[in-house]
Ligand binder design. Sequence first.
Ligand code: F6P
Length: 365
Amino acid sequence: MPDDPRTLAVLTSGGDAPGMNAAVRAVAKVGAARGLRVVGVEDGYDGLIDGRFRPLTFDDGNGQFRAAAEVDRLSGLGGTTLGSARSPRFRTAEGRSTAAKRIEGMLGLVVIGGDGSLTGARALGSEHGVKVMGIPASIDNDIGCTSSALGVDTALNTIVDACDKIADTASSHRRAFVVEVMGRRSGYLAMAAAIAVGADGVLLPEHGRSEEAVLDAVEQLVRAGLGKAGDKRRVLVLKAEGVAIPCTKLVRIVEERMRALDATIEVRATVLGHLVRGGAPSYFDRMLGNRLGLAAVEALLAGASGEMVAWLATVQGGSRTNDPSIRRFPLDQVLDETAALLDGTSPVTQWRLRLLESVEGVLPL
Ligand code: F6P
């Protein structure tokens, strides 16, 4: 790949997220408009180590660049057209050194991904002086400094649609359902969706409950709703996958306990799994991807590096951009805030839980 300061590389890394393609589109379109050759890196950091590049622009013969035709349809495509991977090789100093050599001399690298991907981007900058700019992408919404990452809105719409469908059949048969949603270390998806679907309860890793306490909370909810004194047609509980007890085990034990009281009570489990990560991006994620992509290219052209562009920042500080809704934060601050989000010490996590508790009066747990 050319050792050329007019070349910009972009990669997607970690768990894919709807909206990643919209960000790739914006990087290609804006880069070409600003006189840059833009290349996509295939399969994240693995492809960078191997030097697997895909041109996203072409020279129009007048020394200018135009975005390739494939770029036009990217905004509305789910997943990531560049491919993604979790790269053990990149976790080694040798792997990162090989990767850095592949883009030596280029203007810089846009990294679209989550916590691990942004950690890798920071290492490329600190260890090899690579100019990097991060774009937050993680359906878990577990990235610091940004109120939303790419993929969150689409994932929530998918969960809401699934829960509405489940609530239909649950009400028809007067059943309880526990619906498990993704969110490896963060309960944000379960929390936000629970309010949106009018769930009767939500189970979050942030609650820090024991397995027995989780069982008791769900049993109590089912008893209140479907037991002798209960008047509900359905009980719907959302469970974040980070709550350790397997969904099927939870449901089996609660049903056994309830059956001891009333043999007609039925409790079912639905695990949404990777369904939550697929699908065409929503308007919001397309808009977010394009605006973050634009801001990332403009930041690198302005000489910034080692940062992430954040949407409606959740913390003070950072640098302004041409977009009033986007600020840039140093990757050190982003990754520190991400850790605080996940260990619960961040005011953002505490605010989100307080919001849920205020609604929890409606969500009797
Ligand atoms: O990090 C996003 C995420 O979707 C998590 O919610 C989920 O636990 C994980 O990725 C699944 O990873 P994989 O696709 O590698 O199984």
